[in-house]
Design a protein around this ligand. Structure first.
Ligand SMILES: [Zn+2]
Length: 104
């Protein structure tokens, strides 16, 4: 159960948490943890130490994974956040938008 319908490169909207309402592209999907990494969402800063003398060190900003259930795909056709339906066409399964019925 709880199969992930979100895929890499999908545009998703965040439904809850501090980034609620933000939209971004899925950079990575972690099916085992039911998590996704979304561009610009849940960004954490990490300070890096200078590796050698004279080196500045700095802050690396990186997206941390969030639970996939906290995001919803934005349909590229009707531009609305939507649940994903599935349809079998021949021997392949396609994803469809529950709002407008477009193949997504
Ligand atoms: Zn749609």
């Amino acid at each position: 159960m709880n199969k992930m319908s979100i895929r890499k490169d999908d545009t998703v909207i965040v439904l809850s948490g501090k980034d609620k309402g933000k939209q971004g592209k899925v950079l990575n999907v972690l099916p085992k943890e039911s998590k996704v990494v979304v561009e610009g969402v849940n960004v954490v800063s990490r300070h890096t130490k200078p590796r050698k003398q004279g080196d500045q060190g700095g802050i690396i900003k990186k997206e941390a994974p969030i639970y996939a259930c906290k995001v919803q795909k934005v349909c590229p056709k009707c531009n609305k956040p939507t649940r994903i339906g599935h349809k079998v066409e021949g021997d392949k399964k396609v994803r469809i938008c529950k709002k407008c019925g477009a193949e997504i």
